[in-house]
Design a binder for this molecule. Structure first.
Ligand code: AMP
Length: 397
């Protein structure tokens, strides 16, 4: 159980409550193309409105690096929130985030009103966690709620610093839900517990694999990172992705798996190409037979069957990272096969944000999963066994 104050522990009527959300949504020409993060933030916002709080929302969007980038304004989020909440969300359009517009808007708030501040990363202090901006944010509010799971692996003003300058702090419902699913999976899983890891870089997932090898019954490795493991087994991998600095580590992990009695599954066959694009000739070969001028872009059919088989009896599954270059239709088959298998097994299925979440949603399997994390980096750090700074900073119960 999370030992942090939650929204339910607060008395918020008439209080100004600053809520850090993760509204870092993808935008195309000013239109939000995936509003999962907005939907996920609604339970906390609605509860605070119902309880008569004055709700001040803040978030970052993208990486403006301390500069004002109009294309990264949160204005489209205010508009969409107004629609989905069915009540006006006043957008405080201040380049300095806590400026005259924000102060005036907050001063005018009635109980149940909602104000959204501008992109916190328009301020260079934000990512450096500098006290001056933390104090400015805190000056708007009595209470702080962190509901931005996807940003809480970073110690920034709006996720950590601000807690020092408010009377009280708590975590929001989304944060609680994320931590409950990921925390239970890692620390108290119903077994068999299977982890599936894919994506491009081994180095990003080194600590995750190491930690999960203490917890899981089976680990499945696919995607670009699998080739470093195949190399570590002594195979030639042609032009496939190789993380040279991680080969020794890959060996160590396979040894650790054996020592811990963890089943460690790697691709036995792979789809290969000579040009990195969708419309190019491809074929499937055994994982030990990749010619020198070809590269692996997806798991092969035999591997798809072996991976699906390993998932059949699983009771808890955590998945992070696609099985191939799923952005190219021809090489999405491995990722689709895993998503499909997860959608029909009787297990708690947790998708660890980022690309795998996008893949599952785009392929139409989103509603079949038990939980799709809103945080890619944050969920990985969680799976590494780390406490997230944005959670640690909140008041204990
Ligand atoms: P990550 O951010 O590490 O989870 O990596 C996700 C990216 O890995 C996606 O953009 C995939 O296209 C890419 N990827 C997956 N498999 C491969 C592969 N075999 N070769 C190159 N890139 C891959």
């Amino acid at each position: 159980m999370l030992n942090k104050k939650s929204v339910d522990d607060l008395r918020v009527k008439g209080k100004k409550v600053l809520v850090r959300c993760d509204f870092n949504v993808p935008l195309k020409d000013g239109v939000i193309t995936d509003e999962n993060r907005i939907t996920a933030a609604l339970p906390t916002i609605k509860k605070l409105i119902e309880e008569g709080a004055k709700v001040i929302l803040c978030s970052h969007m993208g990486k403006p690096k301390g500069e004002v980038k109009p294309e990264l304004s949160l204005a489209p989020v205010a508009k969409r929130l107004t629609e989905v909440l069915g009540k006006e969300v006043v957008f405080a359009k201040d380049d300095i985030v806590v400026g005259e517009n924000a102060k005036n808007a907050v001063a005018k708030m009635e109980n149940g009103d909602v104000v959204l501040l501008e992109n916190t990363r328009f301020r260079k202090e934000e990512t450096k966690n500098e006290d001056n901006f933390s104090k400015e944010l805190a000056s708007l509010a009595d209470i702080y709620v962190n509901d931005a799971f996807g940003s809480s692996h970073r110690a920034h003003c709006s996720t950590v610093g601000v807690t020092k300058f408010v009377e009280e702090s708590a975590v929001g419902y989304l944060m609680e839900k994320e931590i409950e699913y990921l925390g239970n999976a890692v620390n108290n899983p119903e077994r068999p517990f299977v982890a599936i890891l894919g994506g491009a870089k081994v180095s990003d997932k080194i600590a995750v694999i190491n930690n999960l090898l203490e917890k899981v019954d089976t680990i499945i490795i696919g995607g670009g990172m699998a080739y470093t493991f195949l190399k570590a087994k002594g195979y030639e991998i042609g032009m496939s992705l190789l993380d040279e600095n991680s080969v020794d580590y890959a060996k160590e992990m396979m040894e650790k798996a054996e020592k811990n009695g963890v089943k460690f599954l790697l691709p036995v066959d792979t789809v290969i190409v000579q040009e990195f694009k969708n419309d190019t000739p491809f074929k499937t070969v055994d994982a030990s037979e990749i010619p020198s001028d070809w590269e692996g872009v997806d798991i092969g059919e035999k591997t798809r069957e072996i991976f699906a088989d390993a998932l059949k009896d699983a009771k808890t599954v955590v998945w992070n990272g696609p099985m191939g270059v799923f952005e190219f239709e021809n090489f999405a088959k491995g990722t689709i096969a895993v998503a499909k298998e997860l959608s029909c097994i009787d297990a708690t299925t947790i998708i660890g944000g980022g690309d795998s979440a996008a893949a599952v949603n785009n392929l139409g399997f989103g509603d079949k999963m038990s939980h799709i994390s809103t945080g890619g980096g944050a969920s990985l750090e969680f799976l590494e066994g780390k406490e997230l700074p944005g959670v640690a900073a909140v008041n204990d119960k």
